[in-house]
Design a protein around this ligand. Structure first.
Ligand SMILES: N[C@@H](CCC(=O)N[C@@H](CS)C(=O)NCC(=O)O)C(=O)O
Length: 227
C-alpha cells in the first residue's frame, strides 16, 4: 500500500496522486493541515523536513519530482527507452523550474505588490510569459500532441497539465484564468488532457479546488485573433 501525505491543495503532490490512481494499486491520500505538518516534522519522519512524502512498502520517499518518477513508473507512463525517458525528464525539470519564478512572490506581504509582481510575470516578456510560450512551442512541434512527442501520455504531460493549470485556479492572487488567452496551444492541450479518459474519470467529482482539470474549464477564454 502507498500513502501520499500532503496538504489539501494540488500543489506539489497532485501529479503523484494522479499517477498512483493510474497505477491501479491500492493507495491512500492523507491530507494534513499546517499543525499536522508540524507534528510530522517533529517526529523526524520527513527526510528533508518538507511535504509531500510517500509512505511506500519499502520506506519513505520525499521530493516531488522523485515521487513523480516513482509513481509514473508504477503507472507505466515512463518511457522504457532511456533517451526518451531523459527527454521526458528534461521537460519535467524545465516545468519544475517555473517554481523559481513563482515562489518568491509568496514572500511579498503587501497584497497590491504581490499582485503587481505576479501580473508582471505573465505580461508580455515576463518570466512566466516566456516560460509558457516556450512550452507552447514544444507542444506545437510535437507530432503526437504529447509534450515529449511520445506515442502516449507520459509524466511530462501530467506535470505540464497540472503545474500549468493549477496556477489559474483563482487561489493565487493576481493570476486569473483570462491570462490563458495568450496561449492557444496550452488551451488545446488542456482540451486533449482533460478529456483523456483516465484524467476525466479522476476529476469526475465536485472538488472546487480542482475545477481547472475538468473538460471545458477554460472554454469561455477566447484567444486573440492575431495569435
Ligand atoms: N523540493 C521539494 C519542495 C517541497 C515544499 O516546498 N513543500 C512545502 C509545501 S508545498 C512545505 O513542505 N512547506 C513547509 C515549510 O516550508 O515549512 C519538493 O519538490 O517536494
Amino acid at each position: 500500500m502507498h500513502e501520499v501525505v500532503y496538504f489539501d491543495s494540488p500543489g506539489f503532490a497532485e501529479v503523484s496522486r494522479f499517477c498512483l490512481e493510474l497505477s491501479g494499486l491500492e493507495w491512500k491520500n492523507t491530507v494534513v493541515n499546517w499543525d499536522g505538518y508540524l507534528q510530522l516534522k517533529e517526529t523526524g519522519e520527513l527526510p528533508w523536513g518538507l511535504l509531500p512524502i510517500i509512505r511506500s512498502p519499502k520506506g519513505i520517499i520525499a521530493e516531488s519530482n522523485a515521487l513523480l518518477r516513482y509513481t509514473g513508473a508504477l503507472a507505466g507512463i515512463e518511457p522504457t527507452d532511456i533517451y526518451m525517458r531523459a527527454k521526458v525528464d528534461e521537460l519535467v525539470e524545465v516545468i519544475n523550474g517555473w517554481r523559481g519564478h513563482f515562489t518568491p512572490t509568496f514572500a511579498i506581504d503587501d497584497l497590491d505588490d504581490k499582485i503587481a509582481a505576479r501580473q508582471a510575470m505573465f505580461a508580455d516578456g515576463g518570466s512566466m510569459n516566456k516560460a509558457l510560450k516556450a512550452i507552447s512551442s514544444v507542444f506545437e512541434n510535437s507530432t503526437t500532441g504529447w509534450l515529449a512527442g511520445t506515442e502516449s501520455m507520459t509524466i511530462a504531460d501530467v506535470k505540464a497539465f497540472m503545474d500549468t493549470f493549477m496556477m489559474f485556479s483563482g487561489q493565487f492572487d493576481g493570476i486569473t484564468a483570462d491570462m490563458l488567452a495568450n496561449y492557444p496551444s496550452l488551451l488545446a492541450f488542456h482540451e486533449k488532457m482533460s478529456n483523456e479518459p483516465r484524467v476525466k474519470a479522476y476529476y469526475s467529482n465536485a472538488d472546487e479546488k480542482r475545477w481547472v482539470f475538468r473538460p471545458g474549464a477554460f472554454e469561455s477564454i477566447s484567444t486573440p485573433q492575431h495569435i
